[in-house]
Design a protein around this ligand. Sequence first.
Ligand code: COA
Length: 410
Amino acid sequence: MNSAEKKQPAMTTVPAFGPLQGVKVVYSAVEIAAPSAAAIMAEWGADVVWIENTRTGDSMRDTTHIKELERRNQRSIALNPFTDEGREVLLSLIADADIFIESSKGPTYVRRGITDELLWERNPKLVIVHVSGFGQYGVPERVNRAAYDLTVQAYSGYMAQNGTPEQPMAAVPYVGDYFTSLMVVSSALAALNRAKATGEGDSVDVAMYEVMLRVGAYYLMDYLNDGTVYPRPGARHPNLCGIGEYRTSDGFIGLCVYGVKQNKYLLERIGLGHLWGTEEYPDDTSALWLDGPQAELIEAKLDEFCLTQKALELEKEFSGVGIAANAVLEFDQLVAEEHLAQREALVEWERQDGSPVKGVGIFPKFVRNPGQIWRPMPDLGQDTDDVLAEAGYTPDQIAQLADNGTVRRS
Ligand code: COA
C-alpha cells in the first residue's frame, strides 16, 4: 500500500438525531454540575465537545461506572486554554458553537483574560454559561471559593431543612450538582432561544447556591414572610400528618395522604374513624395538619398500623383508594420492576473497550425526536485531532500544538 492509499482514521461525526441536532456545545469543567448539563444535551442530540486539562483529564475519570453515563455521546479534546496559543484554540472552537459552558471558582476566565467580550468578538451569538459555587460577583472572598454539592447545600439553607432535629443532613446523591445541571440546561437553551431571535448571545451566571436557594425556597417563604421556622422533620413532613416514610413489617413505605376522601379512609383504616365528621375533623377536612387537635394520636396510630402491614400490599391497598403511596424500593426491587422494563428505563451500551455497561436510558422521551446513545465515553484527548481539524487546523499545526503542550492527543 503506498502512502496515497493509506487509510486515514475516519472522523467521528455526530449523527443527526434528537431535538438538539445541529446545536454545538463546548464545555470546560469537571465532575457533575456543569458536565452533566452537557451530558443531557448530548443525549438529546447536541454535538458536545468536552475540554479536559492536558495533565490528567477530568477528575470524573477516576470513577468506575458513572463516568460512562455522564460522558457518553461526547468528544474529548485535551487543551490548556490558559496560554496564548490555547486561548486562540478555544476561540476557534467556540467560533461556530452555540453554547460554551465553563465551571470554575468565581470569575476564573476573566482573571485569565478570557472575557465574555473576547468570546463574543469571535462569535456574537454565543451563549456563555459560567457555573460556580457562588456566582461571578458578590463578596470577593465568597466568590473565589471552591464549591461542591455538599458545601452549597450547607450555605444555601437547603441542608438545614433536611435530616433530624439533632442532625442536619445533605440530600444525596449530589443533588446540589444535579439540580445545577438541570438549571444549566434550561438557562442555556432559554438564552439560545433568545440568541436565535436577536442574533445576540448572552452570559448566564449560574451560582450553585442560588440554584439550591430556588429549589429550597418552599419553607424559606414562610420564614421570610412571617418568621416561621419548622423543626427539621426527619422522616416526616414538617407540618402535615400522614406524609413521610413509615416503617412496615418488611421495609418502608412512602405515604402522601392528602385530600378529603383520602383522610377519611386513612382515619377509618387506622381505627380513628370516630374522629371524622366531628368539630375537630369536619367531613370536608382536606389536610391533617400536624398542629391539628389529634395529630399526635393520628401519627401514633398510623405508625402502629404500618408496622402490621407489608409495604407492597399497603401500597396496593392505598393506591386503590386514591392515596399516593409507594413502597420504598431498594435497588434490587427497582431493577426488577416491569414498568421500567416496558419503558426501557434501564439500558445497556458498550464502553470504549467493547465491554458492556448498564445504566439509565435517555429521559424524557421525545416522541418525534428521541435521544440516542451513539458513542461511549471517549479516551482523554481521543478527538483532539478531529475537533481541531474541524476548527480549521492543519495536521502540521495540530502536531505543533501537541509538541508544545497546548493540546494532548490520546
Ligand atoms: N487546562 C489547564 N488548566 C486548567 C484547565 C485546563 N483545561 N481547566 C482548569 N485549569 C486550571 C484552573 O484554572 C486552575 O488553575 P489555578 O489553580 O492556577 O487557578 C487549576 O487548573 C485547577 O482547576 P479547578 O477546576 O479550579 O480545580 P480545583 O480543584 O481548584 O477546583 C472545583 C475544582 C470544582 C472545586 C472548582 O472548579 C469550582 O469551585 N467550580 C465551580 C463549582 C463546581 O462546578 N463544583 C463541582 C460540582 S460537581
